[in-house]
Design a protein around this ligand. Sequence first.
Ligand SMILES: [Zn+2]
Length: 116
Amino acid sequence: MHEMGVAMQIIEIATASIPEDMKGARVERINLKVGKLSAIVPDSLGFCFEIAAKETQLEGAELVIEEIPVTARCKDCDNEWTIDSPVFSCSRCQSGSIELLSGRELDIDSIEVKED
Ligand SMILES: [Zn+2]
């Protein structure tokens, strides 16, 4: 499953980004930005994360997923718009020469850690 690999990557990155002197702290929340083109199903990722986080420092942490819409810019007329259908041509001039501005994100935005 695609999401399981992603969940394990998130755990790896999150664990590595916790400062050395906070290794005993508990991770409360991971805020994630996921572009709609990344083909991630948020519910499914949350489920995989829960399983993969067991017996790690991230066990019990909440995964908060913010979905980033797909936006594009037309190279011919400079039009910028949000793509909400699988049609990848300019919404104004129908040009197929477009550049994706967002929608492929898969980033950890922030990690909230609780110190005892
Ligand atoms: Zn255009």
